[in-house]
Design a protein around this ligand. Sequence first.
Ligand code: SF4
Length: 462
Amino acid sequence: MEKKILKIYIQTLGCAKNEVDSNNLLLRFRKFGFSDKKTVLIQLEPVFEASQADIIFLNTCGFILSAKEESLATFFELSEYKASGKCKLLFMVGCLAERYLEDLTSEIEEADMIIPISNYDNIENILANSISDTLCIPDLIPVENICENEILSGKLWEYIKIADGCNNHCSYCTIPLIRGPFRSFKQVEIEENIKKAVKSGALEIVLIAQDTLNWGNDINENFIPLLENLLIKYPNTWFRLLYLHPKRITDRLLDLFSNHDNLLNYFDIPFQHVNNIILEKMNRSIKKKNIYKILEDIRRKFPNAVIRSTFIIGHPLEDQKEFDELVKFIEEVKLERAGFFKYSHEEDTPDYNLTPIDEETIIDRVNEISAIQDDISMSWAMSLEGKIETAFIEKQISDDLFSSDSKYVYAARTFREAPDDDPYVYLESSEPLEIGKFLKIKIYDSVAYNNIAIPASPVSES
Ligand code: SF4
């Protein structure tokens, strides 16, 4: 039987949840081959450059207008590889594909197929048919377990998605339309994924979902025991929780943070706004006083904690008065990290029947409040100078970044820096340091939002 290798590339846009979906698709593509059972066996090999790929997938985001525009622009960039390069098959998958399947299928000729998330279960068969047609090899079918070796990512941190979908129906949000109702993943699957990641060298596990703390509610289980078991089972692994809906933050959850050093004191809580009328219209099931209470509880119990949040600016009910209220809150509570996103007027959401405020006002407000937060975050970064922390190095970076005498500069992270979104700590050293191990560092300076540090003890002792 003739063996052929086809190279496959997946480009991912959007959030961490999409990144996990892309990794899962790649794992499946590695595992499956395609054969006509007589003459040919085709294997898929992942590559990291679109220019090298025979098959390209774009995993899109369709959450808000800017994400939709970016998805389409990226798709048309990738379509150039099909027009002029090696690429034979080009697919669009992900949230945009799910949300606008019919329109995209009829309008985008460059795509060999638009595959919605709800069709991922069948994706090997779809691929088999497409390869069959393109290479003119009739009757190709997927063959499982082609790649016997277990695939270990070797990443130092890993997103572990524990659920998909959302039942909260925030009035501005398209996620429930795209991803459907909240579905917890099975505990055994979650545990197996974490086991693999730790075995493969992950020092940090980042648990994610659209509504992470809601895990278990649909299957008669509870998130707290799940997490506690993991914290006990992997005492030397950092656990970080992202996307914590404020209405689900309880004393019991905070007790877990108190009782387990490996649960990082990093609280990623999207508040979205603080004005009570807007919060109610947004269907956030929380009031301003609850937000203050959460912040007070966290600050009291964990004086070192990092609180990160996101806010939507320019909701149709946000007049100058409501915006000023949010600004006052931001100035007062001094969150370590915060992102401000323009309200996006999305069809099929409950807020779509409101009259949006003008774009220019929204942009001005985003700029104004972002500048205030920038000062807060930079002052906070400066206030960390002198602190000794546990960190791990992710990679070596260019040593001409600084004009110091240090021969080596590394990108490191402490509990304060979540992967992807937060800035690295730059770690300088006169001798080479080992990547992928915890070590103590001393922060001695900062540049904008980035702290600069040196090893706090001789490397051999770390
Ligand atoms: S919690 Fe609200 S904003 Fe977040 S995904 Fe669910 S509906 Fe959207």
